[in-house]
Design a protein around this ligand. Structure first.
Ligand SMILES: [Zn+2]
Length: 209
């Protein structure tokens, strides 16, 4: 059965939230809940008649979590994140351009865990570097990588902020070289790309990892 992935940029720095829909049952996952994303997600799910089953948070940066509590309560769904992302989600820092309400994480997910949506299976990858509690979802069968701020078109997420680490990032990028070229990358900011389109710079970077 097919998978539909809808990219919705939201919030002050255009952070992508993704509505991932299993077309067979019209069930959906939401990946990240940027500030000001709730109304957009409600409009899209209403239009499509999709039922949201859970919210997966890739990492705890403010621009990815601003609507976590609102999405969880609006759709009445559990929140999943890496255990190392919980602190940022439960106690958001206050130095950001807008207020970020705290939220509760219901399920911890980590390397090798599996997230199911109908017949679709996503494997959790723990990919620190941009943030220690950063996870991504990979579906081999669907050739999909929902990568948050690990991998963008032409580069990786910032490694000059608290919780980031360039050496860890290099190792995380090296792991992504194992994914096939045709895998479509759905990043936390910007347009989609593919592993193949990013392979050259990733290979150079990983050479030092
Ligand atoms: Zn980030």
């Amino acid at each position: 059965m097919t998978l539909t992935i809808i990219q919705i940029p939201a919030g002050p720095i255009d952070t992508n939230t993704y509505l991932v829909i299993d077309d067979a049952a019209n069930d959906a996952l939401i990946i990240d809940a940027p500030p000001e994303s709730v109304e957009l997600l409600v409009a899209e799910t209403t239009k499509l008649g999709a039922t949201v089953r859970s919210l997966i948070v890739t990492h705890g940066h403010w621009d990815h979590i601003g609507a976590t509590a609102a999405v969880a309560s609006t759709f009445d769904v559990p929140v999943s994140a890496h255990s190392l992302a919980v602190d940022r989600i439960a106690k958001p820092e206050t130095r950001f351009p807008i207020e970020i309400p705290p939220a509760t994480v219901d399920h911890f997910i980590d390397e090798g865990d599996v997230v199911r949506l109908g017949s679709h299976v996503f494997t959790v990858m723990h990919l620190p570097g941009h943030d220690e509690g950063h996870i991504a979802l990979h579906s081999a069968a669907d050739a999909v990588f929902l990568g948050g701020d690990v991998l963008f078109p032409g580069g990786h997420g910032r490694t000059d902020i608290p919780g980031s680490d360039q050496a860890m990032m290099n190792r995380s990028i090296k792991r992504l070289l194992d994914l096939p070229d045709e895998v479509i990358v759905y990043p936390g900011h910007g347009e989609t790309t593919t592993i193949g389109a990013e392979r050259l710079w990733m290979t150079r970077l990983a050479g030092g990892a």
